[in-house]
Design a binder for this molecule. Structure first.
Ligand SMILES: [Zn+2]
Length: 228
């Protein structure tokens, strides 16, 4: 029945693979099989010295860090994250989150106690209607079986003019960006798996990790869909 409905709606509104532009045929498909198989996977899940882990060396102590995909400049896979972030393609978030979950499943990162998405600016979330990191985190939680806690961290409103600051000023400014929810005050000896869509400088994830580390005995893993 679902297949039939998909065929009918697909006849009037064909869905296209955002990477190659070919028509998608299977129900629930968000990218074609051929493009899925050729995704730029990093494959360094079991390497504790991988480039994403190294990004945080000398900055903050973490138990491990990982990105599923590596995006070179102008990568034809960039539209996947663009659709997720700016075009309301929520299915893409959960789909990619599940993919990340499968990569994490048999790794040391799956030993985390809670999956925690990086919060979006409240204003941005209101406009967008969702937080893309939460969608990814849902997919990760579903596949790994690790419980999801979406609201342990919150993001304060006023962090404008970030882009006009240099890296040090930005870091100083990032320190107060995130807070812990009241419920978390009783938490101790938990390991968190922080989830974001992309890691570039790592300053957002560093700030989230710093905030979580205020909890006694907190351990941190980081996993993102892509690194740029
Ligand atoms: Zn394709």
């Amino acid at each position: 029945m679902r297949r039939w409905v998909h065929d009918i709606t697909g006849f009037f509104f064909p869905l296209y693979c955002p990477v190659c532009g070919n028509v998608l045929h299977l129900p629930g498909e968000v990218i074609c099989l051929s493009c899925e198989q050729k995704m730029p996977f990093t494959h360094y899940i079991n390497d504790p010295e991988n480039p994403v882990a190294q990004l945080f060396w000398g900055r903050i102590e973490m138990e491990g860090a990982f990105s599923l995909l590596r995006f070179e400049k102008g990568s034809k896979y960039q539209p996947l994250l663009h659709l997720l972030k700016y075009k309301g393609h929520r299915k893409m978030g959960v789909f990619l989150g599940r993919m990340l979950g499968h990569a994490l499943k048999n790794s040391v990162l799956s030993q985390a106690d809670l999956v925690v998405p990086v919060p979006l600016h409240p204003k941005k979330e209101r406009i967008r209607g969702y937080n893309q990191s939460s969608l990814i985190a849902q997919g990760v939680a579903e596949i790994t079986g690790i419980p999801l806690h979406e609201r342990i961290l919150f993001r304060r409103e006023n962090t404008a003019s970030q882009t006009r600051r240099n890296r040090y000023e930005r870091w100083e400014n990032m320190e107060d960006v995130f807070g812990l929810c009241r419920e978390a005050e009783g938490y101790s000896d938990l390991t968190f798996l922080l989830i974001d869509d992309v890691v570039t400088t790592g300053s957002t994830l560093e700030a989230c990790a710093t905030t979580l580390k205020r909890l006694p005995g907190a351990g941190i893993y980081v996993a993102t869909l892509a690194c740029a």
